[in-house]
Design a binder for this molecule. Structure first.
Ligand code: F6P
Length: 404
């Protein structure tokens, strides 16, 4: 009997029906087969889009685990953001509790991601070799219908949530989950990924302090953040840097020079400067370049640390200056506990928003609570450092100079 049940179960599994047959044998002759039928008839698609960050896997795991507590939901992941839906053949993966087991501690995303193109601007090469952008959003909605997708959870930053909003306006049942190491997304006090980036940046400051002290040097650490100075500000306070340069407060090189020289005049002291990649001098502009990569629309920031070293030397700074650009180390690796917890809260809430039909909304962390906000609130403006905030006041209070 066991063998018959096993074969039938295997057959049903191959048919992709989640129907379980279990044996309830009382005697060899009197066999009662209990048939519990559980057909998953609703499907939710998970998408991770934009630059990766620690905590994405924790969100995926939380969604899958929460959904498994409902009888009729199947969770499907799209590989490399929405590309998995639009590629031929499609790259969609069914996610089970087993698939996501233990992934909350892993950095990156098991689904892969991209910060290029997308359904609204799909890149196609023409016969003469040029690349053009094609809007494939309508076609994508048709494919989602064909695949029986009832709802989509889009985990991403401002660019991804702008796509969510557009698709929602076209009729897609979509919920947003905010992620960014930059902490620049409005409508949420924090997104996961940021605290881990702060840990990495603070660790770098701590290490640079010791070598700066040994060599009586000025150490410049360039951190990420695009137009927001959050990572630089947090790492400066946590690491005890002397100077913190952020995009929200354009710097005066003479002020920076005075501060670092006051620490290194006798060639015995040392100074640590943290500079955000989007920082710029009062009379200058942000350093950025356009990349040749197909579909990369952003301006690639970076290099301001090297520029600052040159500016300090041109201004007559005598101490030796060294520059460290932290780069993608801030985005990789194991998420810190705070980010794992926040990501897990976001995942559970996002799936419950799907159950409640709260589409066109994004999960958010506000005043120590997990809430829903309209996606439009999140993408309207950037969350930048408030120069009059308590945090900036605190930094100034412990002598950190913003070069202003
Ligand atoms: O938005 C996250 C971020 O890491 C920024 O801090 C940085 O400027 C950018 O992405 C780097 O992007 P990429 O991975 O394309 O180099």
């Amino acid at each position: 009997m066991f063998f018959v049940s096993f074969v039938v179960n295997l057959f049903l599994h191959l048919l992709k029906l989640d129907i379980k047959l279990t044996d309830n044998v009382s005697t060899y002759i009197n066999v009662r087969m209990v048939c519990s039928i559980n057909i998953m008839n609703k499907r939710c698609l998970i998408v991770t889009g934009g630059g990766d960050c620690p905590g994405l896997n924790a969100v995926i795991r939380a969604i899958v685990k929460r959904a498994s507590q409902e009888e009729d939901w199947e969770i499907v992941g799209s590989i490399d953001a929405f590309n998995g839906v639009l590629k031929t053949p499609r790259e969609l993966r069914i996610l089970s509790n087993r698939t996501v087991s233990g992934i909350h501690v892993r950095g990156g995303t098991i689904l892969g991601t991209t910060n290029k193109g997308g359904p609204l601007a799909w890149h196609v090469q023409t016969d003469d070799g040029r690349w053009i952008e094609v809007d494939r959003s309508k076609e994508m909605l048709q494919i989602l219908e064909e695949e029986g997708i009832d709802a989509v959870i889009n985990i991403g930053g401002d660019g991804s949530q702008a796509i969510s909003q557009k698709l929602y306006e076209m009729g897609l049942n979509i919920v947003g989950v905010p992620k960014t190491i930059d902490n620049d997304l409005s409508a949420t006090d924090f997104a996961f990924g940021f605290q881990t980036a702060v840990e990495v940046a603070t660790d770098a400051v701590d290490k640079l302090v010791t070598t700066a002290e040994s060599h009586h040097r000025i150490m410049i650490l360039e951190v990420m953040g695009r137009a927001a100075g959050w990572i630089a500000l947090y790492a400066s306070i946590a690491g005890g840097a002397e100077v913190c340069l952020i995009p929200e407060i354009p710097y005066d090189i003479n002020e920076v020079r005075e501060k670092v020289e006051s620490r290194t005049e006798d060639r015995r002291g040392f100074a640590n400067v943290v500079i955000a990649e989007g920082a710029y001098p009062k009379d200058g502009t942000v350093i950025s370049k356009k990349l040749d990569e197909i579909g990369y629309r952003h301006k690639k920031l970076g290099g301001v640390g090297i520029q600052l070293k040159q500016e300090l030397e041109d201004a007559g700074t005598k101490a030796d200056v060294r520059v460290t650009i932290l780069g993608h180390l801030q985005r990789g690796g194991i998420p810190c506990a705070f980010d794992r917890i926040l990501a897990t809260q976001f995942g559970v809430k996002a799936f419950e928003m799907v159950l409640d039909g709260k589409f066109g909304e994004m999960v958010a962390y506000r005043n120590n609570d997990i809430v829903c906000v309209p996606i439009t609130e999140a993408i309207g403006t950037y969350n930048l450092v408030n120069v009059h905030s308590n945090l900036v006041h605190t930094a100034r209070g412990v002598g950190i100079s913003f070069g202003d």
